[in-house]
Ligand binder design. Structure first.
Ligand SMILES: *Cc1c(COP(=O)(O)O)cnc(C)c1O
Length: 223
């Protein structure tokens, strides 16, 4: 068996039942995705629209494509017909634009709100205050073609496990706060997308439901 299939199988055994694996295939060729697919993997994550669109066209139609990168408004329309979850919604403006395109395609598109939890200021994301602003104003009610199903975040790239754990705890706290305040009766609001190749075990301990794992499945990326 190939390395990729091996990794998929061992992750399936390792991950708790409540945690889904998003295999992050960005910068890797379609044949690598096929290998993971043959091992039973169905959820794949991509971070660039121009890379995702041809892959989705060529690869099996029962793949669930998750968009995990920074999304530019002018490119939303290309992924709306088929994307199953957008992890990286970091503004109300983006949410409105996604809603607009989803309406044109008569779809309801699932989204996660991305929060800035890392120390580095290079990573995108909302603050809890910013999210509160549009959620408390009831602005979501006007957006009938999106559904917010949880939160997403990236920890600081660091060897300091305590730091990483603290940031994941913070994201879980944000999730719990939003759940209680705005989504108490919405069973679909249930996802905490956190954890990558180097930190997913900590993320799972802190309540992750979706881990986004790339390099430890597919190897190093050639940018
Ligand atoms: C690339 C990427 C990942 C995967 O990272 P690895 O370290 O390769 O597992 C996860 N999440 C996001 C948002 C990414 O851009």
């Amino acid at each position: 068996m190939g390395y990729i299939q091996d990794k998929i199988h061992s992750l399936k055994i390792e991950l708790p039942e409540k945690v889904s694996l998003v295999a992050v295939s960005k910068f890797h060729p379609e044949e690598s995705i096929r290998e993971a697919y043959e091992a039973g993997q169905r959820i794949f994550g991509e971070s660039k629209v121009q890379e995702l669109v041809p892959k989705a066209e060529h690869l099996p139609k029962d793949i669930e494509w998750h968009f995990i990168g920074h999304l530019q408004t002018n490119k939303i329309k290309y992924i709306i017909p088929f994307v199953s979850l957008i992890h990286s919604v970091d503004s109300f403006k983006l949410l409105k634009e996604i809603n607009k395109e989803a309406q044109k395609k008569d779809r309801i598109v699932d989204c996660l709100l991305q929060f800035h939890i890392a120390e580095e200021d290079t990573k995108f994301g909302l603050s809890l205050v910013e999210a509160d602003d549009f959620l408390s104003a009831g602005l979501l009610n006007e957006l009938g073609h999106i559904r917010i199903v949880g939160v997403m975040g990236m920890a600081t790239f660091s060897d300091d496990d305590d730091q990483v754990r603290k940031e994941f705890k913070n994201l879980k706290m944000i999730f719990d706060t939003l759940k209680h305040t705005y989504f108490e009766d919405k069973s679909y609001f249930k996802h905490v997308s956190m954890g990558m190749s180097d930190d997913y075990t900590i993320a799972i301990e802190e309540g992750s439901t979706l881990v986004r794992i790339g390099s430890s499945i597919f190897g190093v990326r050639n940018y």
